[in-house]
Structure formats: C-alpha cells, structure tokens
Design a protein around this ligand. Structure first.
Ligand code: NI
Length: 162
C-alpha cells in the first residue's frame, strides 16, 4: 500500500468528469487500498479518486463505523435538507456551510463487483454527496452558502482547529 498525493484546488484534474469503472481489475483494487491508507493518514471523512489524480468513478467515505468503498456511486434517493459545515482535503483550511439533503441512499458497486446500497443521514449524507460531487468535477466551494471566517473557524474548532 502507499500514501498517495492529494491534489489541491486549482489542479485541473479536480474539474474533470470521471469515467465509470467497467471492471474491477487488480489495478483498481490497489487504488482502493492506497486511497484507504491515504484517507486514514489525512484524517479525512472521505476521498474521491480525482483527488489522487485518477479520473475514475471511485470514492471512499468514512461513515463512522467503517470506511465504505464506492465504485460508480449514484444517489438514488434523497430526503430533506440540511445546512452544515463542510471541508475538503483538496481545499485545505477552508470551511463552509453547504446545503445538502438530510438523508441519501446511494447505489454503488463493491470491490467484488457486486451492487449494493448504502444510506446516510447528517454528516454521512453530506460526506456521500460531497464525494460523489468530486466525480463530476464539483468542489464544495462551488455552491457554498457561506465560507467561515477565521473567527468562526476558531469558534467551531474550540481553538483546536487546523
Ligand atoms: Ni472533498
């Protein structure tokens, strides 16, 4: 396994639409392993393949109990609305309020090539939406409701912010 370099806002790779995965090859499995290690190392909530420079529809989300691997994920159902704080490993030191569904159901493929569904609410719903957005070249800053000021970040992080 390897820690991958996370590309930052301004890199054109983050603005591309990613291609679906047609077959889970050994290369894809290695990518999933490396992305998992990279996500854990970066202490993030999620990581999408374009963030490590790979333009394929692959994302990992930390849903609290486990890190879930999503291949070709699609939001198939959503409900409600929330406005909460979001950040991104590719947009360091920026936090903003975004408008997201309160609950989503996502359909995806796992590493065995089997289709499955995963649901998330609150933070997990935001994370699922955020990572899937990455696969279409969207960053959370594109339609952010409000970017937090340094004072607001300080308040939010209780003085322990990054
Ligand atoms: Ni992100």
């Amino acid at each position: 396994m390897a820690i991958l370099n996370i590309v930052k806002e301004g890199d054109p790779l983050l603005r591309k639409k990613c291609r679906p995965v047609t077959e889970v090859t050994p290369r894809i499995l290695t990518l999933l392993d490396d992305m998992k290690e990279t996500l854990i190392e970066a202490n993030g909530a999620g990581l999408a393949a374009p963030q490590v420079g790979i333009l394929r529809r692959i994302a990992l989300v930390d849903l609290g109990e486990e890190i879930v691997e999503l291949i070709n994920p699609e939001i198939v159902e959503s409900e409600g609305e929330q406005e909460e704080v979001e950040g991104c490993l590719s947009v360091p030191d920026v936090w903003g309020i975004t408008k997201r569904p309160a609950w989503v159901k996502v359909k995806a493929m796992n590493r065995d090539g089997e289709e499955f569904e995963v649901e998330g609410e609150g933070l997990n719903a935001r994370c699922l939406c955020h990572e899937i957005d990455h696969l279409d070249g969207h960053l959370f800053t594109d339609n952010v409701v409000h970017i937090l000021s340094p004072e607001e970040v300080e308040e939010l992080m209780g003085g322990e912010g990054e």
